[in-house]
Design a binder for this molecule. Structure first.
Ligand code: PLP
Length: 480
């Protein structure tokens, strides 16, 4: 027999290279502000540096790490830069990275309680903590009729909710028989994941109704009610409303209580998408955002946006877990086990679309324990205050229009000279590399979004952004 070969990294090598990687990450965070925030590469530039085939022989770890610097770093947009003001944040933090690393190290697959009881039980407890922390009604906790589960994204959360609503509305016949006259409602400002979920869940896009909004970009309940009543008259069965706390374009906040009352009256599933803004409810002064949630069937928010927790981590809560489980549960022989049979445990595979699942609650637990409620509140409050201050600067400058007073940490504004000027301003700012902003269109007009929520953003970063914006405006005006 030939001599045994072993290509695996030894524990000793792992220790050595692991230290190198941790040092590399710590250095990265120390120097993150020296990179252009938005990657400046052209399409294809990174691929051009990559060989067409993998190496036949294994390479030295140090060489691989060198190529991270050489090939990968130029193609990185630095979401963890405190000068990242684009989209919504996708934050991380020391405790979260370490929790995630530990989850990778343990390498468990938590599809069933039995495949690692700690993965399930920690998740249940941490999600109950989260429910209390953001002042959700008790029915969303595992100690009530519902419970929380970590999904990969808010998109998966709304899709999962759409599936459960579809089954509830058809007495679990859709899964068996297909076909639908079910209708779905959301506002014109809702995230595109609702429309995508409608397509994937088979409701049919023609059955999606986009309800108009008021001057604060919040869904108008009077129009929602009108549309529902007109659909019922025409033989449709209204099944699902997706309301948003903190829309992507403007942070608009739908009136949950008024919408919830309509949903109750017509027996419609109400899902609340608070992907980014949900984190604000950690602050007692923002608990009012949750008003009316006792009328909702499901709620989702992403610690992977604003709550210093690595992507991916969406907390999805349902008021009635049995409906969700009945919708998604399938039990092949090879997954049968005694713990499941007793009915005494949660098997989170039944609460999500894929079977397999990572140990995501570990990083959330690390974040909660390391910051403490107090630490989280401190930083979230700071971000909101910074946004309010930035909005005042915009408002006081006659060259700019503040589109609406920012409800939380997103400031929407435009230059008075119009769309073309505002577009050129954005391009100039992002090419400069010192900050990164993105845009949207509100009321048909090109609008800049200053989203303040990156883990390490402080007042001097926001002040620098404001001074860069002012200089860029002056340069553009000089070019006119
Ligand atoms: N909902 C809202 C309000 C969002 O702003 C976003 C993303 O920005 C999403 C849903 C989608 O989030 P995810 O990437 O977790 O699917």
């Amino acid at each position: 027999m030939s001599q045994l070969q072993n290509y695996h990294m030894t524990p000793e090598e792992f220790r050595r290279y692991g230290r190198l990687v941790i040092d590399w990450i710590a250095d990265y965070y120390e120097n993150v502000e020296s990179y252009p925030v938005l990657s400046q590469v052209e399409p294809g530039q990174i691929q051009a540096m990559l060989p067409l085939a993998p190496p036949q022989k294994g390479e030295e770890f140090e060489d691989i790490l060198k190529d991270v610097e050489r090939i990968i770093m130029p193609g990185i947009t630095h979401w963890q830069s405190p000068n990242f003001f684009a989209y919504f944040p996708a934050n991380t933090s020391g405790p979260s990275i370490l929790g995630d690393l530990l989850a990778s190290g343990l390498g468990i697959q938590g599809m069933l309680w039995a495949t690692s009881p700690a993965c399930t039980e920690l998740e249940t407890r941490v999600l109950d903590w989260m429910a209390d922390l953001i002042a959700l009604p008790a029915k969303f906790k595992s100690t009530g009729s519902g419970g929380g589960v970590i999904q990969d994204s808010a998109s998966s959360a709304v899709l999962t909710a759409l599936l459960a609503a579809r089954e509830r509305a058809t007495s679990f016949q859709f899964n068996e028989q297909g076909g639908t006259n079910l209708t779905v409602y959301t506002s014109t400002q809702a995230h595109s994941s609702v429309e995508k979920g409608v397509k994937v869940a088979g409701y049919g896009r023609k059955n999606l109704r986009l309800i108009d909004v008021d001057s604060n970009f919040a869904m108008r309940p009077d129009l929602l009610k009108q549309q529902i009543e007109s659909d019922i008259k025409e033989g449709y069965k209204p099944a699902f409303v997706a309301a948003t706390i903190g829309t992507t374009s403007s942070n608009g906040i739908d009136p949950i209580r008024a919408i919830g009352e309509i949903c109750q009256r017509y027996g419609i599933w109400l899902h609340v998408d608070a992907a980014m803004a949900g984190t604000a409810a950690i602050l007692p002064e923002y608990h009012y955002l949750q008003d009316g949630l006792e009328l909702a069937d499901s709620y989702a928010f992403n610690p992977h946006k604003w709550m210093f927790t690595n992507f991916d981590c969406d907390c999805f809560f349902v008021a009635d877990r049995e409906t969700l489980i009945q919708t998604l549960s399938i039990l092949p022989e090879y997954l049968r086990n005694q713990a499941t049979e007793t009915g005494a445990v949660f098997d989170y595979r039944d609460w999500q679309i894929p079977l397999g699942r990572r140990f995501r609650s570990l990083k959330l637990w690390f974040v909660l324990r390391s910051y403490g409620v107090e630490g989280l509140q401190y930083h979230i409050r700071q971000h909101i205050q910074l946004a309010q201050e930035f909005a005042h600067w915009i408002e006081a400058d006659p060259r700019f229009i503040l589109v609406m007073p920012p409800p939380l940490n997103l400031v929407c504004f435009r230059h008075r000279s119009g769309d073309v000027f505002t577009q050129r301003l954005l391009k100039k700012l992002n090419q400069g590399g010192k900050l990164y902003l993105t845009h949207t269109v509100l009321n048909g007009l090109y609008t800049l979004r200053m989203s303040i929520g990156q883990t390490n953003t402080q007042v001097h970063h926001v002040a620098q952004a404001w001074s860069l914006i002012q200089s860029a405006v002056a340069e553009l005006e000089a070019e006119l």
